[in-house]
Design a protein. Sequence first.
Length: 195
Amino acid sequence: MYERIREIAGRLGPQMALFAREIAAAAGTAGHGEGPGGLIERHMASMLSYDLVFHDPAGNIIGVLVGADEGFTVLLRSSAAPGGTGRAGSTVPGPGIADTIASHVYAGHILGDGGMLRRGTVVVACSCAGEALHDEAGRLLMEDTLPGLGIFPGITILEGAGDDGPAGPEGDPVETDRLVKAASEDAILAYRLLT
């Protein structure tokens, strides 16, 4: 099953990388246009296999995948806000945070679309609240939004691919191989927790 996850992630690599680049670009245009939250919500709802996609009043974009049988719930949570939960303490909404969001969004999609989510629930949540509201958005997600749906995560995975490491080929900060590896690892970890 793990090889199947890696294979699907590999096929989706270019699509994931494009999504991460779009998130980073949208974050740079905050206040003009759709912004990262609208982009993430639209992508999850129209292009990926989520059962439910919505945003809450705190600025969390939430995608839910439900298995055929009841079971454990795994939450993959990231942030598009400056100072969010990208690796290495990212302080700008740059490629590291965009990689984290993309790897989480696609990890959920891989499990749902690949038919591997037989039991339990995977929730992918991205906070698009400003830096000052990031903690409040997380609190609202855990205490109000998810319980309001009858969802009570058993474990939260906070980090994914993003580490704001060195740029890839031709100065491109999004490295497809690193992103594929992170999405595979996120999906495998969630799969292990759910089986």
